[in-house]
Design a protein around this ligand. Structure first.
Ligand SMILES: [Fe+2]
Length: 217
């Protein structure tokens, strides 16, 4: 599914008075947008300070080797519920490595650690509300013998004047998505908003995940 389709599915048909319907990269200003569904933070939000939290999770400052795994690029826009870009929003992501293990002391997984994977990154959106990360595709991991989490990236998105959102981004086409207890907590008609299609561009998988924040009234 293209980003344009995804955004238009978010859009409801109530046009907001006073705003011209101007297209911005597939979105339509002036229409009410569905606020991105929340999804649990989970137990592995980083506990300890980390010097390098930049937008390239595949390379830790000072290291010569890159992270293991398939490199992906995740880009998107942070928008308000009228479809207007939110500049200066903090996009905070954390995820498991290519083996399905978090860089977190509470992760009971026995899968290998990857000392060259940053695991955590933060960026602020630009004037058009855009952000971009380079990272690796996380692996699935077992929660217990009946439940394996599909590959996912955790997100927290915040900006003064807006309600903070904690959620998770999923990869389209993963068989585990349909059985995932946390993705299934999202209302069925909004679940697709968290599931992103990745397409190869110049040998790298690209996905677009836009986040809609509600204004604090
Ligand atoms: Fe997780």
């Amino acid at each position: 599914m293209t980003e344009t389709n995804k955004i238009s599915r978010r859009s409801m048909l109530t046009a907001s008075a006073g705003l011209a319907a101007t297209a911005i990269s597939g979105t339509t200003i002036g229409k009410s947008m569905i606020v991105t569904p929340a999804n649990p933070e989970g137990p592995f939000y980083p506990k300890h300070k980390q010097v390098d939290k930049d937008s390239d999770l595949t390379l830790i400052e000072g290291h010569t080797e890159r992270a293991q795994g398939e490199v992906i690029k995740v880009t998107g826009q942070v928008l308000d519920d009228k479809g207007l870009p939110v500049e200066g929003a903090l996009v905070d992501i954390w995820q498991a490595n290519a083996h399905g293990r978090y860089h977190h002391e509470d992760d009971p997984a026995t899968a290998p650690t990857d000392p060259n994977f940053q695991g955590w990154g933060m960026v602020k959106t630009d004037a058009e509300g855009r952000y971009a990360f380079t990272t690796i595709k996380p692996s699935a991991y077992m929660v217990d013998d009946k439940w394996s989490r599909p590959p996912h990236i955790h997100y927290k998105v915040s900006r003064r004047g807006y309600h903070e959102i904690t959620t998770q981004m999923y990869f389209a086409g993963e068989a585990l998505n349909e059985k995932d207890n946390l993705l299934n907590e999202v209302a069925e008609n909004e679940r697709d908003l968290l599931v992103v299609d990745f397409n190869e561009i110049n040998g790298v998988l690209h996905g677009n995940f836009s986040v809609v924040l509600a204004k604090v009234s």
